[in-house]
Design a binder for this molecule. Structure first.
Ligand code: SF4
Length: 373
């Protein structure tokens, strides 16, 4: 019941997902207790260090330049800005900072060097540092590891089959290859996905097959509920029902017993009772702060009040793995190689992505005409 298995089949996972809820919860909570302290929850802060203007067409994402959404873009933050935010996060109880940049992939150069300096700076604050920067090569992953990176986030998003219905500008295999590159270092892997994008239960199970058959399994798995943002191709999706979220968290806990299961986007749509069910089902990590990259998130004080009510305590940093050492830039064994890897661009047509792009074009033309008038 408690061993880590890498041979889960979709049928087995579906059987777990569809169990009577009370049985599912009991099993997930029992497995949770064998591998984790059920009263500890990791609190992480997600920082958007570079927002918007992204070249990709991810159907759920308001940062894609091709769609028209209300988000305000910004260039890469400075190291000092990031340090100030990290200190604020630490003071309010976060043990991990996750820095996200709206890039397709990491490119060697000044901006990446800045990110490496951010990693060094936050690691020296004795906080776990995670980055989500798009696809990375092996050398780039090694440079991040040397700087003191604790985790790299690269979500599989959905099953391989449904991935093609949401994104046309990058391939599922590239996601797996990036995770593989991170695995060639000591950096831990954070990889999960999103539910509520119109996928079937089979797709949810398919995603968990892909994650659980990775060897080793990811150390952290975010389960996001889609936040449907106006202007994106998925703007009309209905909010995820809490019971779907609870089932997904519980199933993830059972097939990824040692992983930190992270309640991520969509927590504002969840009641306190709903979140408590998720913690019981095995979620042991949340993102704190009023924004999750660009979408709303519960206020950190509200989270701490909920923790008090439930008797939960924030997990200390480096509970699961020792703190990595930071190597200074001048002592680095790995240098920029000016790589230009050919990550895949399948470029098949996704109707709703095309429609959102066309709508954005029309809105921009209208705005231009109004400005000129
Ligand atoms: S999810 Fe990431 S890669 Fe996709 S559009 Fe948004 S920022 Fe770009």
């Amino acid at each position: 019941m408690s061993e880590v298995r890498h041979d889960w089949t979709k049928e087995e996972i579906l059987e777990i997902y569809n169990k009577p809820l009370m049985e599912l919860l009991y099993e997930a909570a029992s497995i949770h207790r064998l591998h984790h302290n059920p009263n500890e929850v990791q609190v992480s802060t997600l920082l958007s260090i570079k927002t918007g203007g992204c070249s990709e067409d991810c159907g759920y994402c308001p940062q894609a330049a091709r769609y028209h959404t209300d988000i305000e873009g910004n260039d890469l933050m400075s190291v000092n800005q990031v340090k100030a935010q990290a200190l604020r996060a630490k003071a309010s109880g976060s043990s991990r900072v996750c820095m996200g940049a709206s890039w397709r992939n990491v490119k060697d150069g000044e901006e990446f060097d800045e990110v490496l300096e951010m990693v060094r700076t936050i690691n020296k604050l004795d906080m776990e540092v995670c980055c989500t920067l798009g696809m990375v090569t092996e050398n780039q992953a090694k440079r991040l590891a040397e700087a003191g990176l604790y985790a790299y986030n690269h979500n599989l998003d959905s099953s391989e089959e449904y991935y093609k219905e949401v994104i046309s500008t990058r391939g599922f295999q590239d996601r797996l290859d990036t995770i593989d590159n991170v695995r060639k270092t000591n950096v831990t892997v954070c990889s999960g996905g999103i539910i509520g994008m119109g996928e079937s239960i089979e797709d949810r199970a398919g995603m968990l097959v892909a994650l659980s058959t990775l060897n080793p399994q990811p150390e952290s798995t975010p389960i996001n509920a889609l936040v449907a943002v106006e202007g994106t191709p998925l703007e009309d999706q209905k909010p995820v029902e809490i019971w779907d979220m609870v089932r997904m968290v519980a199933t993830t806990r059972i097939v990824l017993p040692e992983t930190q299961v992270r309640l991520s986007a969509g927590r504002t749509q969840m009641s306190q009772e709903g979140q408590a069910f998720c913690f019981f089902a095995g979620a042991n990590s949340i993102f704190a702060g009023d924004k999750l990259l660009t979408t709303p998130n519960p206020d950190v004080n509200e989270d701490m009040k909920l923790f008090d009510k439930l008797g939960l305590i924030p997990m200390k940093p480096f509970t699961k793995k020792v703190q990595p050492k930071t190597v200074e830039a001048q002592d680095s064994a790995y240098q920029a190689q000016g790589e230009n890897p050919k990550w895949t661009r399948p470029e098949h047509k996704i109707e709703r992505n095309e429609a959102a792009k066309q709508k954005a074009k029309e809105i921009r033309e209208e705005l231009k005409e109004t400005e000129q008038a």
